[in-house]
Write a protein that binds this ligand. Sequence first.
Ligand code: FES
Length: 322
Amino acid sequence: MLSFHWKKGDKKVMEWDQLRFVRELTIAIRTKNFDPREFIRKGDSYLFNFAEKNTSGLDEGRRNFLKAMVIGVGVATVAGIVPGLRVLVPPNVSAVSAFPKSLLVDSSGNPIKASSLPVNSPIITIYYYPLSGEPNFLLNLGDSSGKPVSVPSYTVTVPQTGDKYTWPGGVGPNKSIVSYSAICQHLGCKPPFIHFYPPKYVTPSQINAPEPDTLTAQAIANAKAANAPTIIHCDCHGSTYDPYHGAQPLTGPTQRPLPTTILEWDSSTDYLYALGSLGVGIYPEGANGVPSKDPTVDLSSSFGSSVGDKTEVSDSENPFSS
Ligand code: FES
């Protein structure tokens, strides 16, 4: 029987039918509307149903193989067959085997109501997820008149590799609430050095604004070309991200979008939950601040412990001087 080895001399890891099945599944994931958000929410049951419907079938052998793959090597590895996309599962953290579903609460422990989030607020609003040392932006996006704007799904391109992935768009009563990692993907600056610029600050007058709120003419031009009335800008070296389009970079030096933190909105309670992350699994934890390419190395316990089933949303200062 034919078998497949990762490299010469390795222990046999796959039979031929299993390899063919993995190929089939990989192609189906690329071409048949595999929904990463559902995968994170439902885990292997979603993957099993998807495989049942979109491959030549799951007999008992394939079912056991898929189960062993999910249990044995982890959800992150299964998700790794989606091109350009990683589902970041924090490894090496004893309390966390997958992302927690985490309710967003205020400092008194009361759930945050989605409809109460101010639109286009310049105040840096963050929460930590999935680990206690990982800040995320919570943004309610609007137009230049301050009205919430429904933000549709978007295909994000990773400039570094050309890979693409599907960003799910906004949630909440107006589909205008989005969330991203607040760790700059250039060299890892965090708030307040990276922050959100509402429309009134994405104008040529910002070119001459005092540090740290200066924007370049290029950033403003690229935001305009991308039809992005607001931006996230990192003061450290000038990387600019488009919050309307999956935090796709508008200007470098970053070569990667900000990872998305997936939110769920419960329309019956108006509560928000963090469910997981999408994006390229690269964090600035490599040698000398140079990002490595392995999320299992970069997402380590140096980011803290799991936030568990609740995480507090906190406001910090308005970074703009005027
Ligand atoms: S760390 Fe953000 S631009 Fe360099």
